[in-house]
Design a protein around this ligand. Structure first.
Ligand SMILES: C[C@H](O)[C@H](O)[C@@H](O)C(=O)CO
Ligand SMILES: [Mn+2]
Length: 416
């Protein structure tokens, strides 16, 4: 039964022209691609002693991390059971099933991922994919698709081609386009003598990778930029300018990772610009804190601003929402739940914002009333609407879901 606070919130929001039921039904339809790599600190299943590299770092040693595909699936199922709505899985290539068929990255095939596709079928969810151009001896010197050694560059080109092939099959089998996102760590710690040649090589590699046409009902290609990484502090080959230009030229998706820009730069402000030139984007919802681009997402101002922009610009159908954070210092299931719920809350707040009224005030030039309405609307009872959303989806509400994590921790995680 709906709470009286929820019933009251419907009236409060109606007073400022917001339809709460419409907001809830929109929220229900927006899938968030939950990243597998929060579950095992970006380890993957190629080998048990795999080490994370290429400027990615996970800190913390919280007990209970997933050590096998079965454990990871069990954990993702638990995490998904703490999040209202129907979401997606975002898988990296190192998470394939290589137990009976070892393959280097340039030789992976659909067979290594069929069990994940089948698992997604049972969960009734879509799946996204990512080449893994890091944590590999051929990525140890910080260069992959931009490498000056032709054989190494070709190796990574082959890997990305395999991933597109796998992604297309994922999309076909699941009946929902798979976003295949290419991120490479390529860069330099200190001032390069030549910034141009690596970018020319990266462009040539991407051209080669994207040569084969796939049905866009099955596969959507995305490229992800970064400002800097550990070990690539001075120069990143795949910078914002590089990939934005590349995405526009080739009409593919551009991935905006919220942790990949200067701290004072607003991702939110980029969305309406980028979408003037490309039809769709991928978001990596994340939280940058000093050197780290991947803290667990919380309901902070930058995240709220991103979703306000998406909703106010009517861009929801053009934005693929994925998560990208990894924290090993807290319970990993809790991390997933906190970050995914915070992302949904940011979207809900944007849907509950009096967007039409604000636009009318702006059009009338009444900026005082616009600012006053923005401010006053912040204190409306959005929490009651969120609780209702959880309740309708039979998902534990705030202050309760953590009990389920604690129970899972003592029954499952503590025994690993
Ligand atoms: C593991 C992901 O592919 C990775 O986090 C990438 O998306 C990124 O953001 C690198 O900083
Ligand atoms: Mn990312």
């Amino acid at each position: 039964m709906s709470s009286s606070v929820f019933k009251e919130s419907i009236e409060r929001y109606a007073e400022i022209g917001v339809d709460v039921e419409k907001a809830l039904s929109t929220l229900e339809q927006v899938p968030i691609s939950m990243h597998c790599w929060q579950g095992d600190d970006v380890g993957g299943f190629e080998s048990p002693d795999a080490e994370l590299g290429s400027g990615l770092a996970v800190t913390g040693n919280y007990p209970g991390k997933a050590r096998s595909i079965d454990e990871l699936r069990q954990d993702i199922e638990k995490a998904m059971s703490l999040v209202p709505g129907q979401h997606r899985l975002n898988l990296h290539a190192i998470y394939g099933d290589f137990s009976s068929d070892k393959a280097d990255r340039d030789a992976i095939g659909v067979q290594h991922f069929q069990s994940w596709i089948d698992w997604c079928k049972t969960q009734k969810i879509g799946m996204d994919f990512n080449p893994t151009c890091f944590s590999h001896p051929k990525a140890d010197d910080g260069m992959t698709l931009a490498h000056s050694d032709e054989s190494i560059r070709q190796f990574w080109i082959e890997h990305c081609k395999c991933c597109r092939h796998i992604g297309a099959e994922i999309g076909k089998q699941l009946g929902s386009a798979c976003v295949n996102n290419i991120w490479v760590p390529d860069g330099m710690k200190d001032s390069p003598a030549d910034r141009t040649a690596p970018r020319q090589r990266l462009m040539a590699s991407l051209d080669e990778i994207l040569k084969e046409d796939y049905n866009t009902d099955h596969l959507l290609d995305a490229v992800e930029s970064k400002l800097f990484g550990i070990g690539s502090e001075t120069y990143v080959v795949g910078s914002h300018d590089f990939y934005l230009g590349y995405a526009i030229k080739n009409q593919i998706l551009y991935c905006l990772d919220a942790g990949h820009f200067h701290p004072t730069e607003s991702i939110a402000d980029k969305i309406s610009s980028v979408l003037q030139y490309i039809p769709e984007i991928l978001l990596h919802v994340s939280r940058g804190v000093r050197w780290d681009s991947d803290h667990v997402v919380v309901l902070d101002d930058p995240t709220k601003a991103i979703f306000e922009e998406i909703v106010r610009g009517d861009h929801l159908s053009k934005v693929h929402i994925g998560l990208d954070f990894f924290d090993a210092s807290i319970n990993r299931i809790a991390a997933w739940a906190i970050g995914t719920r915070a992302t949904q809350k940011a979207l809900l707040l944007a849907l509950l914002s009096p967007n039409e009224k604000l636009k009318q005030l702006e059009a009338a030039g009444d900026y005082s009333a616009r600012l006053a309405l923005m401010e006053d609307a912040r204190m409306l009872p959005a929490g009651a609407v969120w609780e209702e959303f959880c309740h309708r989806n039979q998902i534990a509400g705030d202050f309760k879901w953590l009990d389920e994590v604690r129970a899972y921790e003592s029954e499952v995680l503590s025994k690993r």
